[in-house]
Design a protein around this ligand. Structure first.
Ligand code: NCD
Length: 326
């Protein structure tokens, strides 16, 4: 396991504890910095969830652009709402309907956006490394909303926030003693990669589970266990994070049939009988209901899937505030 120092100051939101101009991934963050961000998200919780509370003015006068080159429901809406709850001006842009469809490069598009006085660009792209490329090419603060198969840092942060709240770790955000299984299409998943970094930095043990064709032997150079047997792993874990099979990223069939995939790796009500009491069931969405997760489980009492979505707002507010200098 990665060694995590537990004597770092937790939950301080002092700006000197957040030295980063961008959020391109979880890998460059320390455990202490992750805890700073999660602590700041806690402070925004009331504003993010209660319509009765007035907007917060932390990003008043700042301009945020959502630049999405890939489809998105939750992430795009969540960043938009988060920016608007912080009183920023927000502009939504997508590849279709912009000059990208006329062949403009990502960097040219970003430089043109920057020329209009934009402070923060939130970018999603099918190519790994695009967030880092933008961070190098412009003076805007860059937030990675998912770059290819590389990282999806705010998803990992909202997942950690959700685990902490559900399992009573939200006073320290220390996950020592917890075991988390990430199940499914690990190889193509930026969510898996960011979660692996985030969870191990916070002290959890991670087991990657799935068919050999979808689970690389090693991931991101981080120490973790790998298993191809969900039934053996399920009774041992506190949290199970089910990933979507990303058919759009598969170059050929990765398993014999969808039925066989569900038989071996689907989280069904029958399989849940072997799970630890109090197990937390997660999924980043969008779900392939009936394939990697059965509806009875997705909508059942162990599921925190909609809590993940709700918590995403506070986490993205904290992200935008920190990179925006608030
Ligand atoms: C994920 C993504 O786009 O990486 N979804 C999300 O952001 N909530 C996972 C997926 O597409 O399967």
């Amino acid at each position: 396991m990665t060694t995590v120092s537990t004597d770092e100051p937790a939950l301080t939101t002092d700006r000197t504890d957040w030295p980063h101009r961008h959020l391109v991934g979880i890998e460059p963050l320390s455990a202490g910095e992750i805890r700073v961000l999660l602590g700041k998200a806690q402070g925004y919780e009331g504003v993010s969830t209660s319509r009765a509370l007035p907007k917060n003015a932390d990003l008043h006068g700042k301009v945020v652009v959502n630049l999405f080159y890939e489809d998105s429901t939750r992430t795009r809406a969540s960043f938009r709402l988060a920016a608007s709850r912080l009183s920023a001006d927000v502009l939504d842009m997508s590849a279709s309907g912009s000059s990208v469809s006329k062949g403009e490069t990502l960097v040219d598009t970003a430089k043109n956006i920057e020329a209009m006085g934009v402070d923060i660009i939130v970018c999603r792209h099918s190519q790994s490394g695009t967030a880092i490329q933008l961070a190098e090419a412009t003076d805007c603060a860059i937030v990675n909303a998912g770059d290819g198969q590389h990282e999806h840092p705010t998803q990992a942060l909202l997942d950690a926030f959700t685990i902490a709240k559900r399992l009573g770790r939200d006073d320290t955000f220390d996950f020592s003693g917890l075991t988390v299984a990430i199940v499914g299409d690990i190889g193509h998943s930026r969510v898996a990669r960011s979660n692996l970094h985030c969870l191990t930095k916070l002290g959890a043990r991670v087991v990657l589970v799935g068919p050999p064709t979808l689970v690389p032997g090693a991931l991101a150079g981080v120490e973790c266990a790998v298993s191809h047997d969900l039934d053996a792993v399920l009774p041992e874990v506190d949290v199970v994070n089910m990933l979507r099979v990303q058919f759009e990223r598969l170059s050929g069939p990765a398993f014999p049939s969808q039925r066989e995939y569900t038989t071996l790796y689907g989280l069904t009500a029958a399989r849940m009988k072997q799970a630890k009491e109090g197990i937390v069931v997660m999924h980043p969405g969008p779900m392939n209901r009936g394939l990697e997760i059965e509806s009875a489980v997705a909508d059942g009492p162990s599921s925190v899937i909609l809590d993940q979505v709700a918590n995403g707002l506070a986490v993205r507010m904290a992200t935008l505030a920190l990179v925006g200098g608030a």
